[in-house]
Design a protein around this ligand. Structure first.
Ligand code: 5AD
Ligand code: SF4
Length: 476
């Protein structure tokens, strides 16, 4: 019988992609993905280290898993526990010390070595934790097998990894390592395989995705930026939608901005983190741009693609942030008008420059500022969703909804859309008239299901099932 693999994913979409690739590497060893940890022979936590809370979750989950492992061992069913991702990278030794139930600890650059690690954990040295947090000189992308399982109607493709920006609050340059771009030929080939397997929407991923500068499809003599890559990918027959995340404002070059106007497949939604509206704080964060630069980029993007919706990340209570600084963040938010956003209290991360600054902002002040900012951002999001009511939007149905005949998909602007629709519409792009706009989602009705079912997409309900197995954690 196949062995069962349960992967729990925390944090960013990069981790979601990595989890699918870990499952791919373990398929040849006979591991099939399950969504039930109690059935698993191997449980992997793919972790996030970006803020303290995210890291803490891992240790409490490990406590629960220790009990499960003991219960399973008592009934004669051994279970391996692995910790992957950025907490493994940053706190590998500590995990081994604090959590003896863990068999494998391995960082984001080592996933291609996972089969070997699992063999070791099951071999004569079983019981001794296997630790691999190296940054190997070989790229994991050259050694990962081709994707074993289709990702579903909407899939992720990692094109870039790591970061050389060193924002003073951020652990990513330390946990994911230096910036690396895959070659365009490799990315095009993976995208073509995904589309052949039924994916119609691809989100290109990277910690700093628009810093992409991979070898051109024509060979090593030239490199391509993200704008060029997007134009090439859009030519793949059957690929209907493209997105990319996460971007840095300083890397929003003219070619990429132009692609937003020229490439119809590139969806009119962009997650472009700004973090703060204060030049002083942006400089202290080492963000390499000011508030006006951000507004200017947004204006240029909107000139290229007038219906572009924007999303962003914000940090409140960065060391030294005054009321005036924070007021400038609110001003920037008001000026831009975001369709969606994530906002966080500054969380000092060990080893990052800002963590050692003396002028830390008290927790109560952070709480107040976060509440104010979120009130404003929520208002903007609700207004944006309400403005969709009465419109017909194209929805890519990705999964079953709560009700028996409900499906859920995404609008071009990334809004979750719920509608009554038959399962035959899974994996298809369907016109939906929006009838209600809620805080976090839209509800609508399929305009003409039969017409939609006979055009575009793929009639493959197995697609939806294939998406089920890898559990995503609490999101960002
Ligand atoms: N504290 C709070 N938020 C952080 N982020 C990154 N590091 C920290 C930190 N130390 C946020 C940033 C980033 C997002 C992914 O997480 O807003 O864009
Ligand atoms: Fe972190 Fe800044 Fe790099 Fe983004 S750009 S991953 S916030 S260091």
């Amino acid at each position: 019988m196949a062995k069962q693999l349960f992967i729990k994913t925390y944090g960013c979409q990069m981790n979601v992609y990595d989890s699918t690739r870990m499952a791919d590497t373990l398929a040849p060893l006979g591991y099939a993905v399950t969504d039930r940890p109690e059935d698993a022979d191997l449980v992997i936590l793919n972790t996030c280290h970006i803020r303290e809370k995210a890291s803490e979750k891992v240790f409490s989950e490990l406590g629960r898993l220790r009990k499960l492992k003991q219960a399973k061992a008592a009934s004669g069913a051994p279970m391996l526990i692995g910790v992957a991702g950025c907490v493994a990278q940053a706190e590998g030794e500590e995990i081994v010390r604090r959590a003896p139930q863990v068999d494998l600890v391995f960082g984001p650059q080592t996933y291609h070595r996972l089969p070997e690690m699992v063999r070791r954990a099951l071999g004569p040295e079983a019981g001794r934790p296997v630790l691999d947090t190296e940054f190997p000189t070989e790229s994991k992308f050259d050694h990962l097998p081709e994707e074993a399982a289709p990702q579903g109607a909407a899939g992720f493709l990692s094109i870039q990894e790591g970061c050389d920006k060193f924002c003073t609050f951020c652990v990513v340059p330390y946990t994911r390592g230096a910036e690396f771009s895959r070659s365009a030929a490799e990315i095009v080939a993976e995208a073509e395989r995904m589309v052949a397997a039924g994916t119609v929407e691809i989100t290109l991923l990277g910690q700093n995705v628009n810093a992409y500068h991979g070898e051109a499809e024509t060979g090593a003599a030239a490199t391509w930026g993200l704008g060029r890559l997007i134009r090439r990918l859009a030519r793949i027959e059957g690929l209907r939608r493209l997105r990319y995340t996460t971007s840095h404002p300083a890397d929003m070059d003219a070619e990429l901005i132009e692609a937003h106007g020229a490439v119809a497949e590139l969806m009119p939604y962009l997650h472009l983190p700004v973090q703060s509206g204060s030049d002083r704080i942006l400089a202290a964060m080492n963000r390499r741009h000011g508030a006006e630069d951000y507004l200017d980029i947004v204006a240029r993007l909107r000139r290229a693609r007038p219906d572009l919706a924007l999303s962003s990340d914000f940090i409140v209570g960065f060391p030294g942030e005054t009321d005036q600084d924070f007021a400038q963040t609110l001003r920037l938010v008001t000026e831009v008008g975001f369709a969606q956003a994530y906002s966080f209290k500054y969380s000092p991360r060990p080893g990052t420059p800002a963590a050692g600054q003396p002028d830390q902002v008290p927790e109560t002040v952070k709480d107040e500022r976060l509440a104010m900012l979120q009130t404003l951002l929520n208002e903007q999001q609700q207004a944006f969703n309400r403005a969709s009511v009465g419109r017909v939007v194209e929805v890519l149905f990705e999964r079953a909804g709560r009700g028996p005949d409900q499906l859920v998909g995404r609008s071009p602007h990334m809004q979750a859309v719920h509608a009554a629709a038959p399962r035959a519409l899974l994996g298809r792009l369907v016109p939906v008239e929006i009838e209600a706009g809620h805080a976090n989602s839209l509800a609508g009705r399929v305009v003409d299901g039969r017409a939609a079912a006979s055009s575009g997409g793929r009639p493959d309900s197995a697609l939806a099932d294939a998406q089920g197995g890898i559990a995503a954690g609490a999101g960002r």
